[in-house]
Design a protein around this ligand. Sequence first.
Ligand SMILES: Nc1ncnc2c1ncn2[C@@H]1O[C@H](COP(=O)(O)OP(=O)(O)OP(=O)(O)O)[C@@H](O)[C@H]1O
Length: 256
Amino acid sequence: MAEPASTEIALSIRGLTVRYGSVTAVHGIDLDVAAGELLAIVGPNGAGKSSTLAAVSGLVRATAGTVTVLGETVSGRPPERIVRAGVALVPEGRNIFTSLTVAENLALGATIHHGKSDTAATLERELDRFPILRERYTQQAGLLSGGEQQQLAIARALMSRPRVLLLDEPSLGLAPRLVDLVFDTVAQLRQEGLTIVLVEQNATRAVELADRTAVLRTGRVVRIGTAAELGGGAAMAAEYFGGPGDPVTAAPGSSS
Ligand SMILES: Nc1ncnc2c1ncn2[C@@H]1O[C@H](COP(=O)(O)OP(=O)(O)OP(=O)(O)O)[C@@H](O)[C@H]1O
């Protein structure tokens, strides 16, 4: 199994198991993510990708296992304490509060107290990163397009100034131009030194962008490595998904 390149481990997952009644979604997985690393997690529907992220962020209680963030054990803690420890999740489906304004959604991401001036500086940084959010700052979030809502969801997560960012299918349902924007944003965040776990259905692109990729299948890590170790993004996607693994054309109902 490929080890992360750097020795400082930002996120360590040991023996993580998630059960929903009689369904075991995650079977005792181990994963280490080095500080500043971008780890992609890919795999077919139902492989346990979302359950893994939900358990790390405390939204779902793990049945067994330990999650450590920057040396601090966070498993078993409530979600807000895990945010405080430095973990932010951009959930699948974005979970934007559509009846609130863009400004109010962003303020909800800043509930971890870093001091007023720091919060203002973080807000400015994110509004610079996503200029459309500055333009739409006072508008109701429900009026934003799907791509704009995804930017809002990422910006909201970044308002807590996380050390580890978890992204669950951020490109899902977006038109190709907006998929590019999401991938560019992830690349930029990684350049800034953020530790990132990216769950993606766009397997080829995820493998090619990530430092390493873990392939999950029926709740188990069946492969992990760099793009080269996995034989390249397209080859890996073909082997594990029987095709390119990329919804080249956006799903029906995708937004522009
Ligand atoms: N709240 C829940 N209650 C019961 N079963 C669930 C629940 N959430 C997920 N599961 C089941 O757990 C398994 C793993 O689901 P999970 O959503 O983690 O997979 P995934 O890899 O993220 O899939 P997808 O790509 O479809 O989002 C599936 O069999 C799913 O049906």
